[in-house]
Design a protein around this ligand. Structure first.
Ligand code: ASP
Length: 312
């Protein structure tokens, strides 16, 4: 199970959004909104040690989790696989257990392997909480939450009349999967997914979505556009002809953006490939919410850490 409530209905680990019930998801968003508006909880994690255990690169997720934990009063330990004993052959599980033995209770884990974070959570002692900061192509729950918070701030809490489109390399995107889980849970009525056939998944990820390869058509009248990075590090073969072709067919330009609703917002989880999936003009333009997403990331991660680790 991805979000595993324990006996007092508290979430024990946050591994994905697929199993997180709507009331708990909405409670996290409400708390995150309060943090975004300046609410403070400087002692919530006093005396708790949190480790950001990253086996894959990160800028936004790692730093915002660290800042979030610090704002809640936790001790924060960083871990970088490239300078750790994993380079001497220590297994991920031994690494985890050794840090846990030091008394660390919160683990924020990123890993390239699908299911690798859940495997560590399974091995965790009672009282240890694991938060998934992105595993393979599978889950990125706090990104999904921060995207929902950003959408709510722009469009209100009722998603039942919203039209959204997710665009690009959905196949390799844990962000798209987490966004889709959350959008479904929150009752979004129209989810469109657009990308080249080679970059769309052929499993049940797109269940309930309108799927098209025509970006111009997909943009008609949408309220929010979720752009995705072309994730070349996860591609085993040449799935895209050329970056120029990709930009021509799936790059979000100002001219294309005019097809969306006039007040549509544009999101991107970062890092952006400027000039490939998005132009500078759109990324830095008035409809972009890219930096708002980043700011919301701190608030969402405070809410998640507090929910899992603060004393009841
Ligand atoms: N930063 C996000 C992730 O880790 C999106 C991306 O890398 O494209 O999944």
């Amino acid at each position: 199970m991805s979000a595993s409530p324990d006996t007092d209905n508290r979430i024990r680990h946050l591994l994905g959004l697929d199993a997180l019930p709507r009331p708990q998801l909405e409670a996290l968003l409400r708390r995150a909104q309060a943090f975004a508006e300046g609410e403070q909880a400087p002692q919530a994690l006093a005396g708790v040690a949190v480790c950001t255990l990253f086996f894959e690169p990160s800028t936004r997720t790692r730093l915002s989790f660290q800042l979030a934990a610090q704002r809640l009063g936790a001790h924060v330990l960083g871990f970088d696989a490239s300078t750790s004993s994993t380079t001497k052959g220590e297994t991920d599980l031994d690494t985890f257990r050794n840090i846990e033995a030091m008394g660390v209770r919160g683990f924020v884990v990123r890993h390239k392997g699908d299911g690798a974070v859940a495997a560590l959570a399974q091995a965790a002692r009672p009282g240890t909480a694991v938060l998934n900061a992105g595993d393979g192509r599978s889950h990125h729950p706090t990104q999904g939450l921060l995207d929902m918070l950003t959408l709510r701030q722009a469009k209100g809490e009722d998603f039942s009349k919203l039209k959204v489109v997710i665009v690009g390399d959905v196949k390799h995107s844990r962000v798209a999967r987490s966004d889709l889980h959350a959008l479904r849970t929150l009752g979004c009525s129209e989810m469109r997914v657009c990308g080249p056939a080679s970059l769309l998944p052929d499993d049940d990820t797109l269940h309930g979505c309108f799927v098209t390869h025509d970006f111009d058509a997909a943009l008609e009248g949408v309220d929010a556009i979720f752009m995705l990075r072309l994730q070349r590090e996860r591609m085993s073969e040449g799935l895209v002809e050329s970056l120029d072709d990709y930009h021509r067919d799936y790059g979000l330009t100002s001219a294309r953006l005019r097809r969306a609703a006039p007040d549509a917002i544009v999101m991107h989880p970062g890092p952006m490939n400027r000039g490939v999936e998005i132009t500078d003009e759109v990324a830095d333009g008035p409809q972009s919410r890219v930096l708002r997403q980043v700011a919301n990331g701190v608030a969402v991660r405070m809410a998640a850490l507090e929910a899992l680790l603060a004393a009841a």
